[in-house]
Design a binder for this molecule. Structure first.
Ligand SMILES: Nc1ncnc2c1ncn2[C@@H]1O[C@H](COP(=O)(O)OP(=O)(O)OP(=O)(O)O)[C@@H](O)[C@H]1O
Length: 246
């Protein structure tokens, strides 16, 4: 593995008495694109939120570039760009105002906000309220926000939800470019073809634990042409896996 950027050390997370992540150990190297896959409720968002520092593990530790959130929150946060799965935008604020606000929080200027909006193809609509945007356009605002400070670690929760085919392709090339330039991208997805196309490594979660973790190419060669659908079907005990229900 390339030099380590992320380390989960015996991470456990419970909401009240319900365990949702259990004894998780996970190392992620620099410059890789890693997909988190799994069924509904597997723990993907919880894992990403803990890594983003939005919530703390109940026990165990997470480090990013060797930094623990509780020891240096500012330095930890500077390492990360996080795209949430959902976000309630302030009503009335335009895309440009929203991006500028986020840029300022990261010590960046309006120019960088404008640059990012152009990057995600929203420069023309920058003067419109984000609340008037379609789901895919809002996803692009959130995606741009995660890239603002060019962080070494980009976390994305279901980033391709709502993207049209053009933006899906653009997204793939942007993520590949980020990984090629040394950033690490960790994203959750239900879209197995996206995981297969985009990620060098795929981590499958089930009931809060890692049930399969491997290079995409190895998984593909082990499971043949049905690829991830077959893995998913086998891991989750779905009837008819591999024939796509035909
Ligand atoms: N705030 C919360 N309070 C209590 N339980 C929660 C909370 N957030 C998530 N959970 C539970 O934790 C488990 C993992 O949820 P999580 O959202 O991390 O899964 P996921 O893999 O992202 O699911 P999905 O694919 O449906 O988005 C689920 O059983 C969920 O009900």
């Amino acid at each position: 593995m390339a030099e380590e950027l992320v380390r989960f050390n015996s991470v456990h997370k419970a909401y009240k008495n319900k365990t949702v992540i259990e004894a998780m150990n996970l190392n992620i190297g620099r410059g890789s694109a890693v997909a988190l896959c799994g069924g509904n409720g597997a723990g993907k968002s919880t894992l990403l939120r803990m890594l983003a520092g939005i919530m703390l593990p109940t026990s165990g530790s997470i480090t990013v570039d060797g930094i623990l959130w509780k020891e240096n929150r500012k330095a930890y946060a500077e390492k990360i760009g996080y795209m949430p799965d959902d976000y309630r935008f302030s009503s009335g604020l335009t895309a440009m105002e929203t991006m500028t606000f986020w840029a300022k929080l990261r010590g960046l200027g309006k120019e960088r906000a404008a640059e990012v909006l152009t990057f995600v193809g929203l420069s023309d609509t920058g003067k419109k309220p984000v609340t008037s945007f379609s789901k895919g356009m809002r996803q692009r605002v959130l995606f741009g926000q995660a890239l603002l400070a060019k962080p070494p670690l980009i976390l994305m929760d279901e980033p391709t939800n709502g993207l049209d085919p053009y933006w899906m392709e653009t997204f793939v090339s942007l993520v590949r470019g980020a990984a090629a330039s040394g950033s690490t991208v960790l994203f959750s997805t239900h879209q197995l073809p996206i995981a297969e196309t985009l990620a060098d490594r795929i981590v499958f979660l089930k009931d809060g634990g890692i049930v399969l973790d491997g290079n995409t190419a190895d998984i593909r060669s082990a499971y043949g042409s049905d690829g991830l659908h077959k893995v998913f079907g086998e891991l989750f005990g779905l009837a008819g896996s591999g024939n796509h229900g035909q």
